[in-house]
Design a protein around this ligand. Sequence first.
Ligand SMILES: [Zn+2]
Ligand SMILES: [Zn+2]
Length: 245
Amino acid sequence: MQITILGNSGPYPRAGGACSGYLLEDERFKILLDCGNGVLSRLLGKIKSLNDLDAIILSHLHFDHISDIMVMKYAIGINQEKGMTNKSIPLYAPNDPQDIYDMLQFKNAFKLNELNSKSILTFGDMKISFELMSHPITTYAVIVEKKGKKFVYTSDTKYCDVLIEMSKEAELLLCECNLLEKDKTEDAYHLSAREVGEVAALADVNKLLLTHIWPEYDLNEVLNEVKIMFSGDVEIATELETFEI
Ligand SMILES: [Zn+2]
Ligand SMILES: [Zn+2]
């Protein structure tokens, strides 16, 4: 498997950057995980056509994870009308909030499927399961397993015990890292860099990638705070880079 980083900021981008979006591929399948602002144009630079996508998974319906879906649906729906494609792309998302979920569809752009914590998707020998995170709306972490290797994408969450359990001995943990410890408040719904390091250490992950970083932060400061707790392989999920799993 490989994962290409299409955006690594949250909840708004750096100049020239993008918010959450990751292209997961193996030899047969292409799956887009989240589709935040700025992701669509970068995705189109990586694939020949949207028809190449086998599925889209939206971890939750905050706009920094879905806003380019609202534009992608025009691309697909209008091209269907023009007879350029008849494919509806399977799209999986939690239906919370319902009014936002109802806005995802346009024409027959997508085959909509509601996600829940029991959902299991299989693409060849890739198995994808989900864990409920701790965030203001229903949010799922995405766990991908293939040939004994595990890739975990946390989506957005504050600290919760299931983070460690689901990340246990992951080959690659793509973890949200939205805050520095000094900026963390009681009601924060995101992880601090220190907490990310702790999760990676307790879960004994092989490699840690940091994403969903507040765009005003110095990336070295974020990295250094993670390294206080985690001595393993860690780097920023640099936009447009591809990582092997
Ligand atoms: Zn977010
Ligand atoms: Zn969120």
